[in-house]
Design a protein around this ligand. Structure first.
Ligand SMILES: C[S@@+](CC[C@H](N)C(=O)[O-])C[C@H]1O[C@@H](n2cnc3c(N)ncnc32)[C@H](O)[C@@H]1O
Length: 245
């Protein structure tokens, strides 16, 4: 007979985490238990608490989700993809969701499992964008990146990993974002998570500001106050600084 397992005692840090989850209006709203953080426009169930971050950013900056082709980098478990899919559904658009981790299928969302740095993952994303486009275009109207590297505990390495993701997501946006077409179409948007770091002031000035009509930083209410996380919201892609797209 199997020996009985000793009763597990919650550590004080896990007790604190459970208490914080129980108090968090966004955790309750995600599961449809609380209307405090939902509006008529925000449905009551989401896969992830993080959905409310994109939901708020898109309400403040409606241009973010005004197109029909969205690439969601670091998409698992799919909370942001749900918000994006609901926003573009009436335009018969496509959301391509990329993550190292598998994502449960959802209607209107094409899942690509793998590292977005890998060339085969990038070409799969382009194939899916072309398949969803009447003219076979491999461009996206929106690139979202809520990517976060797994923490190693080594602060220097973790900070570097998060800076690398910001740079790589920006490079990816240059490859797939639709630039403005004269006065006819505004260019695409990039929404990207970052963690505060002094180097990012210069990064915004030299790598983002020249390439978009407008770049703002924003920290939605659902982003925990104790986290240094915030988002770059970049609207109206103009192409790479210097002109070559
Ligand atoms: C905070 S979670 C994203 C939550 C998601 N936005 C949602 O609403 O459900 C960050 C994700 O980034 C993913 N990630 C980190 N590095 C990645 C990479 N190189 N390629 C693809 N996904 C990556 C992680 O696997 C993780 O699932």
């Amino acid at each position: 007979m199997r020996a009985a397992l000793p009763a597990l005692k919650a550590s004080s840090s896990s007790k604190q985490w459970l208490a914080r989850q129980a108090r968090d209006p966004f955790v309750r709203a995600r599961a449809g238990e609380d209307s405090a953080s939902t509006t008529a426009k925000t449905p009551k169930t989401y896969r992830a608490r993080s959905s409310f971050k994109l939901d708020e950013l898109a309400r403040k900056h409606p241009a973010i989700l005004s197109g029909r082709a969205v690439v969601d980098l670091g998409a698992a478990p799919g909370g942001w993809s749900q918000v994006a899919e609901r926003a573009i559904r009436h335009r018969h658009g496509v959301v391509v969701a990329v993550d190292l981790l598998p994502i449960e299928p959802m209607p209107g969302v094409e899942v690509v499992t793998g590292d977005f740095f890998a060339p085969d993952v990038r070409s799969r994303v382009e194939q899916l964008l072309a398949a969803g486009d009447r003219y076979d275009r491999t461009t996206a109207d929106v690139v979202l990146s809520d990517m976060m590297a797994a923490m190693s505990g080594n602060r220097v390495r973790d900070v570097q990993a998060s800076l690398d993701l910001v740079e790589a997501a920006t490079e990816f946006a240059h490859l797939v974002l639709r630039p403005a077409d004269g006065d006819y179409y505004a260019g695409g948007s990039l929404v990207m998570k970052y963690f505060h770091h002094p180097d990012l002031v210069e990064f915004k000035k030299t790598q983002l500001d020249p390439c978009f009509a407008k770049v703002v930083t924003d920290k939605p209410k659902a982003s925990r106050a104790e986290s240094s996380e915030a988002y770059f919201v970049c609207l109206g892609y103009k192409g790479r600084a210097g002109g070559s797209v």
